[in-house]
Design a protein around this ligand. Structure first.
Ligand SMILES: NC(=O)c1ccc[n+]([C@@H]2O[C@H](COP(=O)([O-])OP(=O)(O)OC[C@H]3O[C@@H](n4cnc5c(N)ncnc54)[C@H](OP(=O)(O)O)[C@@H]3O)[C@@H](O)[C@H]2O)c1
Length: 317
């Protein structure tokens, strides 16, 4: 099979494209012929050697993609040759063929474009569990999103609006502010403006994947409100004063998607719930930027440059 691989950790120059042996299929796996492979920032960390990567010689990066089943392991059930499938947590996906544990397979419908499904990926499933497992807001609740126009933020915003919730947020540029307003936000502040006095104490829930903003998020809450803390895109948070939190009956919830994607059924149910928002037009996302896998280096370079404004996919022809 053709694959994008590397022998040593390093910058983009370590990536090579060429022939490698096909994967060996275990009895509980299916072989997927890839069409689109999703790229995530964690793949850059892995290529640099700064993050866990599955051992393989040479290394093959990537955990996410969409394709068709071309071979079934002997012990797999309910999956068929030709099924169109998607996965977000199986290693070695930067390749034409990937052996995927049947428990990690998500079957995908024909009514949503393949490149859209491949672009929703991890960020969509993250937004889904934050909204439906952690926050569980009632209609007309008032919520706030830190980094409202990030990858997770955009899906989160549109999902909440579709569920009848009033969404506010903060972002860094006027362009991103306009985008969030178009996507249904009630009010979006510019981080550089003097916005906090107006917003403090107003929200039932604050979604914070920025991290260093955690104490600010706590101040934005009403009494009895909760912060959903899910990441550190902007740096680690300062210490939290638990006694102050207690005095105002405020709380912090956290969650890691991997503790919620625990079986094939869990993945399928969650993906179907997410797909509904896309199929009835409640959530739209930018078209992905697509590179052939043979030009995977360019895809990595674009993600690393910070200039991309949507999902980056690699295509296998
Ligand atoms: N818990 C989980 O299971 C899980 C799963 C997936 C992802 N995550 C986390 O979700 C978060 C968002 O991921 P993403 O893919 O949406 O990332 P992203 O597209 O890069 O968005 C991150 C957002 O954070 C804001 N931001 C970055 N640096 C900041 C700073 N210094 N100060 C204030 N805001 C800053 C940016 O907003 P502006 O440019 O508008 O300011 C940007 O919109 C990450 O922390 C990631 O680790 C968690």
């Amino acid at each position: 099979m053709k694959a994008l691989y590397f022998e040593n950790f390093g910058d983009n120059s370590v990536l090579q494209y060429g022939m490698l042996p096909d994967p060996r299929l275990k009895t509980d796996e299916v072989l997927v012929k890839m069409k689109y492979i999703g790229l995530n920032f964690a793949d850059i960390y892995r290529r640099r050697g700064d993050y866990h990567i599955e051992s393989h010689s040479p290394y093959i990066n990537g955990y996410e993609g969409l394709g068709k089943i071309v071979k079934l392991g002997q012990k797999t059930t309910d999956l068929h040759l030709g099924d169109k499938v998607f996965f977000v947590d199986a290693p070695f996906s930067n390749a034409e063929l990937v052996a995927v544990s049947a428990s990690k397979i998500i079957k995908v419908p024909n009514y949503i474009e393949e490149k859209t499904i491949a672009s929703i990926g991890l960020q969509g499933l993250t937004a889904d569990f934050l909204v439906h497992d952690l926050a569980k807001n009632k209609k007309n609740a008032q919520v706030f999103i830190q980094g409202i126009s990030g990858g997770v933020g955009q899906i989160l915003l549109q999902m909440l609006v579709a569920d009848g919730i009033k969404v506010y947020g903060v972002t860094s540029t006027q362009k991103k502010q306009n985008l969030a307003l178009q996507q249904g936000a009630t009010e979006v502040y510019l981080r550089s403006s003097n916005w906090e006095n107006k917003a403090n104490g107003q929200f039932d829930t604050v979604f914070d994947g920025v991290g260093k903003t955690l104490n600010q998020s706590i101040s934005l809450l009403k009494h009895r409100g909760k912060v959903i803390f899910f990441g550190m895109a902007g740096g680690d948070p300062d210490k939290v004063d638990m006694i102050k939190l207690l005095e105002n009956s405020k709380s912090i919830m956290t969650g890691d998607l991997w503790d919620y994607l625990t079986s094939q059924k869990e993945r399928q149910v969650r993906f179907s719930r997410l797909a509904n928002y896309f199929s009835n037009g409640k959530i739209t996302i930018n078209d992905p930027k697509i590179f052939p896998l043979s030009e995977g280096k360019k895809a990595y370079a674009l993600l690393e440059s910070g200039q991309s404004n949507g999902k980056i996919l690699m295509r296998c022809d």
